[in-house]
Design a protein around this ligand. Structure first.
Ligand code: ADP
Ligand code: ZN
Length: 746
C-alpha cells in the first residue's frame, strides 16, 4: 500500500516539511469532532501536512487529512495510539490555504472542525487513482482487404495512426460516424481496445478575446475586472446591474483574467440557476463546458471534478455553494452571482453563508472576489458605501431593451371575484398577451392548491401532527402535505372532526389553484406550473425551462424557482399574484427579501425586443416595498432600509446570532432554556433576547426555542458565545445549534 512519499506538491505548499517515520501526527477526520486526533506513522511511511490518509476510527477506517505534524496532546499514551493505514499518494495534499480556510470557517460558524472538513471530502473515491475508461488504438491486423475498407474505416485508421488511444465517442466525433462503426471495426482486429484516463473536466479553455462587442459600460466594467483579477491580491468588487445588462458576459472576463495567469476560477450560482442556458453561454465564451458542481452531479462525475480541481487541471468550476469547499490547487478568482440570494446560507449541518465565506477564501488566497447582483444585499451595499468594496455598474439593459413598466393593482378597488385571485386588470393583460402570441408569468410563492383547508360545518382545520403548520392541499395528487416535515395524507372524504362530507373549503391560493383559475378564464392557453414539488428534480426543472424557451407554453405559473437567471425573450407580462405575501412575519429582512424577489421576478418581463409589463397585486399599495418597486427606486429603498436597521442596531450595523434548541420533551427543554438564560454572561453592548418559542414552535415532532443575541459591531460574538456555552451539557434529548448571522428566523 502507498508507502512512498506523496509525489505531488501543490503550488500552495511547495516545500512542506515531512516527518520521520514512527512519529505522531495529527489527523482530522470528516466526522462531527472538534479537533484532530493523534496517530502514529508506521515504520517506512512518510507524510506531510495536508496529505490525505486512511486511519482507523472506532470500528472502521475513514479518510482524513494530516492536519499538523506536531502532537501537542501529550496526555495521550503513545502505546494507545493507532497507526495510519495508508497515505494516498495519487492525490496532491490539501493546500495550506485550504486547511486554513476550513479552520477559519469552523471558527466563524462555531461548527466542529470535522464537520467542516466533511464538506471538502465531498467526492466518494476521489482519493484513489483516477478511473480509466475504454478506448481504442490501432490493432495488429495491418490492413483490411481493399473492398472492405470503407471511407469511415480508413478515416478511423488515420485518426489513430498517431498512436494515441481515444475513446469510441471521441473517434466517432472526429470521423463523423456512429460509435457502432468503431465497435464493429474493433471486432475485426484492425483496431483494438485499450484504456485511457477519464477526461479531466474543463481542462483547456479558449482565452481569446470575447466574441461580443461590448457596450461602452460593459467594456469599462470588463476592463476594470481584468485589471483587478490580474493583480493577484485580495479585492472585493460589487458588479451591480439590472437583469439583462450583461453582467454574466462581463464577469466572464474576470474568469478569463485569472485563467490567463494559469490560476483556477470558481463561479458560484444559486443551485437552481445552474441551467443549460448558462452552460451554453459559458461554452460560447470559453469554447468548452465548465466543470459543474451541485447536489445532483453523479458520483463518478463528482470524482472527476474533485480530482481535476485538486490537481489544478480543471480550470473553471460553476457550482452551488458547496463548490466553495473543493480543494482548489490554485484558485485565482471567485464570482458570486446573485450574491443577495438567501440560498447561499446553508441552513443545516454547518451553518455558513457562502458569500461571506467566499470573501474569506479570497482574502486568504489573495485573489479577488466579484459579487454580482441586480438587487445587492444591504450588507454588500453598506460595504460599498464604506469603501471596503469596489463598485462597478451596468446601468442599462443590453440592446436598449427598456425596463418593464410597473403597475400596482390595488385589490381593494380592483377586487377579484369571490374565491378568485386574479383581478380584472391582470386578467385582461394576460388575455391580450396571449392574443399577441407572447408569454405571461404569474408569480406566487406558494406550492400546492391551497395553504389551508377547513371544514365549513365545524371549523376543523387540517394541521400537521408533527409541526405547528397547516397542511397544504395538493389537489393533483389529492393529498394534504406539510411543507416543513414532508408529512402527507390522502385527502379524506369526511371531516375527521364532525364527519360531515363535502364540507371542506380551500382557503387562499397556491400555484395549482391559480392554474385552475387561468384555465377557466382562458381554456385554450397552454399553462405550466413550475414549482419545486411538481417539477421535481433540477433536471426536470431544466426540462421545463427548455419547454418555455421553445414557446411550447403560453402561461407559466411559478414559485420562486422561476425568479432567477432565466432569459425568455417572448415573455412580456409578469403578474405578481400576491405582492404582500412575504411582508408579514418577524423576519428582519422581510422587506429586503420581498423587494429583491419581486424585482427579480419583474426582470423576467421584456428581456427580448418586446417591452415588458409587470402587475403587482396588493392590498397595501402605500407600503414602502411596493412603492419602491413601482417607482423602480432600489437605491432609495435600500437607503431607507439601512437607516431603519442602523437605528435598531441590526445587521449590518450590529451583529446577530441565534441559539436554537430543540427537544421532543417540552418540559425538559424549557427547564434547560431557563437555566441557560441564567448563565448568560452580561455585557453592556450585548443583549440576549429569549428564550422564546420559535415561530415554528413544534417541528418534526420536536419543540423549539430560540435565543437571539444582538451586539455592537466590534464585539467578538464567537468569543461571547464560547464563554456562555463553555461547559454546557445538553444531554442526549436536547439539541443546541448556534447560528451566526442568522438569515432565517423560523
Ligand atoms: P445579466 O447577467 O445582467 O442578466 P446577461 O449577461 O445574461 O445579463 O445578458 C443578457 C443577454 O444579453 C444575454 O443573452 C447576453 O448574451 C446578451 N448580451 C449582453 N451583452 C451583449 C453584447 N455586448 N453583445 C451581444 N449580446 C450581449
Ligand atoms: Zn410537519
Amino acid at each position: 500500500m502507498g508507502m512512498s512519499q506523496s509525489s505531488f506538491l501543490s503550488p500552495e505548499n511547495p516545500s512542506a516539511p515531512r516527518v520521520e517515520t514512527g512519529r505522531r501526527v495529527q489527523v482530522l477526520v470528516p466526522l462531527p469532532l472538534a479537533r484532530a486526533y493523534d496517530y502514529l506513522l508506521p515504520e517506512g511511511m512518510d507524510a506531510a501536512a495536508g496529505d490525505y490518509v486512511s486511519v482507523p476510527f472506532g470500528k472502521r477506517d475513514t479518510a482524513g487529512v494530516v492536519w499538523s505534524l506536531s502532537a501537542p496532546d501529550a496526555a495521550v499514551d503513545p502505546a494507545k495510539l493507532k497507526h495510519i493505514r495508508e497515505v494516498y499518494t495519487s492525490c496532491p495534499p490539501m493546500p495550506d490555504v485550504h486547511r486554513n480556510f476550513l479552520e477559519r470557517t469552523a471558527r466563524y460558524t462555531m461548527a466542529d472542525m470535522g464537520a467542516v472538513l466533511k464538506m471538502s471530502l465531498s467526492a466518494p473515491d476521489a482519493l484513489t487513482p483516477p478511473k480509466t475508461v475504454p478506448a481504442y488504438t490501432l490493432g495488429d491486423v495491418v490492413a483490411l482487404p481493399p473492398r472492405k475498407a470503407g471511407a469511415h474505416r480508413q478515416k478511423i485508421i488515420d485518426v489513430l495512426s498517431d498512436g494515441v488511444p481515444r475513446r469510441g465517442a471521441e473517434i466517432a466525433a472526429m470521423v463523423g460516424c456512429t460509435p457502432a462503426v468503431v465497435r464493429a471495426m474493433a471486432a475485426t482486429g484492425v483496431i483494438k481496445t485499450a484504456s485511457v484516463a477519464a477526461p479531466v473536466p474543463c481542462r483547456v479553455v479558449d482565452l481569446s478575446p470575447p466574441k461580443l462587442d461590448f457596450t461602452e459600460a460593459q467594456a469599462a466594467a470588463a476592463e476594470a475586472l481584468r485589471d483587478i483579477a490580474g493583480q493577484k491580491k485580495f479585492a472585493a468588487v460589487l458588479l451591480d446591474g439590472v437583469t439583462g445588462s450583461g453582467k454574466t458576459e462581463v464577469y466572464f472576463e474576470a474568469v478569463a483574467a485569472a485563467l490567463a495567469q494559469g490560476r483556477q476560477a470558481l463561479v458560484l450560482l444559486p443551485e437552481i440557476s445552474l441551467s443549460a442556458q448558462f452552460m451554453d453561454r459559458f461554452a460560447r465564451r470559453f469554447g468548452t463546458a465548465p466543470a459543474i458542481w451541485h447536489s445532483e452531479v453523479p458520483a463518478a462525475q463528482r470524482r472527476l471534478v474533485w480530482q481535476g480541481v485538486a490537481e489544478g487541471r480543471t480550470k473553471v468550476v460553476i457550482g452551488a455553494r458547496s463548490a466553495l469547499f473543493l480543494p482548489f490547487a490554485d484558485l485565482g478568482v471567485i464570482v458570486v452571482d446573485e450574491e443577495h440570494d438567501a440560498s447561499y446560507k446553508q441552513e443545516e449541518g454547518v451553518l455558513y453563508h457562502a458569500r461571506d465565506m467566499a470573501v474569506l477564501r479570497a482574502r486568504l488566497g489573495e485573489f479577488p472576489v466579484v459579487l454580482v447582483s441586480a438587487t445587492p444585499s444591504l450588507e454588500t451595499m453598506t460595504n460599498v458605501r464604506a469603501g471596503k468594496y469596489a463598485y462597478l455598474h451596468l446601468p442599462s439593459r443590453f440592446g436598449g431593451a427598456a425596463m418593464p413598466s410597473m403597475q400596482v393593482v390595488d385589490l381593494r378597488r380592483d377586487a377579484p371575484a369571490r374565491q378568485k385571485f386574479i383581478s380584472p386588470p391582470l386578467a385582461d393583460a394576460i388575455a391580450k398577451t396571449l392574443a399577441a402570441g407572447e408569454q405571461s408569468l404569474l408569480f406566487l410563492n406558494r406550492r400546492g392548491y391551497a395553504p389551508l383547508t377547513l371544514c365549513r360545518t365545524c371549523g376543523h382545520r387540517f394541521q400537521c401532527p408533527s409541526c405547528t403548520a397547516w397542511l397544504v392541499e395538493h389537489r393533483r395528487h389529492s393529498r394534504l402535505q406539510c411543507h416543513h416535515c414532508g408529512f402527507s395524507q390522502k385527502m379524506p372524504q369526511a371531516c375527521p372532526s364532525c364527519s360531515d362530507e363535502g364540507s371542506f373549503a380551500a382557503c387562499g391560493p397556491g400555484v395549482e389553484r391559480i392554474q385552475e383559475e387561468i384555465q377557466e378564464i382562458l381554456p385554450d392557453a397552454r399553462t405550466l406550473v413550475l414549482a419545486s414539488d411538481i417539477t421535481g428534480s433540477a433536471n426536470m426543472i431544466r426540462g421545463a425551462i427548455t419547454q418555455i424557451e421553445n414557446r411550447e407554453v403560453d402561461i407559466i405559473i411559478g414559485t420562486q424557482i422561476v425568479a432567477k437567471g432565466h432569459h425568455f425573450p417572448a415573455l412580456t407580462l409578469v403578474g405578481v399574484v400576491d405582492a404582500d405575501l412575504g411582508l408579514s412575519g418577524g423576519d428582519l429582512r422581510a422587506g429586503e427579501r420581498t423587494f429583491q424577489l419581486l424585482q427579480q421576478v419583474s426582470g423576467r418581463a421584456g428581456r427580448g425586443a418586446l417591452p415588458g409589463r409587470v402587475f403587482l397585486q396588493t392590498y397595501m399599495p402605500e407600503q414602502n416595498v411596493i412603492r419602491a418597486l413601482a417607482a423602480g427606486d432600489r437605491d432609495a429603498f435600500l437607503a431607507a432600509e439601512g437607516r431603519e436597521r442602523e437605528r435598531a442596531g441590526m445587521p449590518p450595523f450590529g451583529k446577530l446570532a441565534a441559539l436554537i434548541l430543540q427537544s421532543p420533551d417540552e418540559m425538559k427543554l424549557d427547564q434547560f432554556c431557563r437555566a441557560l438564560a441564567q448563565r448568560a454572561p452580561r455585557y453592556d453592548d450585548i443583549r440576549v433576547l429569549g428564550p422564546a418559542p420559535a415561530p415554528l414552535a413544534f417541528l418534526r415532532g420536536k419543540h423549539r426555542r430560540r435565543f437571539l443575541i444582538r451586539s455592537g459591531r466590534d464585539v467578538n460574538m464567537q468569543n461571547y458565545l464560547a464563554e456562555w456555552l463553555d461547559g454546557v451539557k445538553t444531554g442526549s434529548s436536547i439539541q443546541l445549534k448556534v447560528d451566526i448571522d442568522p438569515q432565517s428566523f423560523f
